[in-house]
Ligand binder design. Structure first.
Ligand SMILES: Nc1ncnc2c1ncn2[C@@H]1O[C@H](COP(=O)(O)OP(=O)(O)OP(=O)(O)O)[C@@H](O)[C@H]1O
Ligand SMILES: [Mg+2]
Length: 255
């Protein structure tokens, strides 16, 4: 069975990131449990992507701790966090454009080396890359330069590249943005499968239909701060969340 050997929770403690006087992230604490999706929502500029930048190590935190499986990782570099089992995708489709789809997966499988955290991944990079090609539905595009892929294929390549590392936690930044309904449904199935592998998934998203379907809980951020945390159903009904973010109509449609 393919999946995480020793599932690990991802815990954020009082994360802050200040740019001069701007408190982009200001005291966020939450936990993502293995096998579940924690949704993150909130208005543009709320600090969602900045939170991922801090948690993944792309930018140093002003304050706060990140624990993966109970171990502090906030002092580690990006690649060490990756090898401990943390993977992420980006809001803007980000792939190695001059490599083919298959080569993107092969590089991740060979050098990401978190596969030791998984059963069924990590022994042979070629086998793993081929598994990820099939798993993500990209086999027909294996030999295309990744820069020529459309948005949907780039987005699923990012997810497949993250999964072939064999992560214990996966941070997804707007995996549904810019996709049509059918593409959203396919992506929903992939992300549900990732959670099914035992990964602790955190998913930032504005497409409420998708976020509501995926998430066990949702954290809504506003002006860098945690504003609401609860079930997706409770979020859709929360007067304050409707006021600052959802609007009446969107809340009705997503429910
Ligand atoms: N490198 C930076 N330097 C200065 N300010 C920054 C930097 N990165 C982000 N910010 C600011 O931090 C705030 C939060 O931005 P962030 O991109 O995290 O928002 P977001 O919640 O992801 O928004 P969106 O939903 O539009 O993607 C914004 O005011 C943004 O301008
Ligand atoms: Mg963002």
């Amino acid at each position: 069975m393919v999946g995480v050997k020793e599932p690990a929770s991802l815990e954020l403690r009082e994360i802050a990131k200040h740019y001069g006087g701007l408190r982009a992230v200001d005291g966020v604490s939450t936990v993502a449990e293995p096998g579940e999706v924690l949704g993150i929502a909130g208005p543009n500029g709320a600090g969602k992507t900045t939170l991922f930048d801090v948690v993944s190590g792309l930018t140093p935190a002003t304050a706060g701790d990140v624990l993966l499986g109970g171990e502090p990782i906030a002092a580690l570099s990006v690649h060490r966090r990756c090898h401990r089992g943390m993977a992420r995708t980006f809001q803007q489709p980000t792939v190695a454009g001059s490599l083919t789809t298959y080569e993107n997966l092969l590089v991740a499988a060979k050098y990401g080396r978190a596969g030791e955290h998984w059963n069924g991944l990590g022994a042979d990079a070629v086998d793993d890359a081929e598994w990820a090609l099939d798993w993500s539905g990209l086999a027909a595009k294996a030999d295309e330069p990744a820069e020529l892929l459309g948005v949907f294929d780039k987005k699923r390549l990012m997810i497949a590249t993250a999964v072939v590392l064999g992560p214990r936690t996966l941070l997804l930044d707007e995996p549904f943005g810019g996709l049509n309904d059918a593409e959203i449904d396919t992506t929903l199935t992939l992300i549900q499968a990732v959670a099914g592998f035992g990964v602790a998934v955190v998913c930032i998203e504005h497409v409420m239909r998708a976020l509501v379907k995926l998430s066990a809980r949702v954290l809504v951020m506003h002006q860098g701060k945690p504003f609401f945390e609860g079930t997706p159903q409770a979020m859709l009904k929360d007067r304050r969340v409707i006021e600052i973010y959802l609007g009446e109509k969107a809340a009705r449609n997503a429910g």
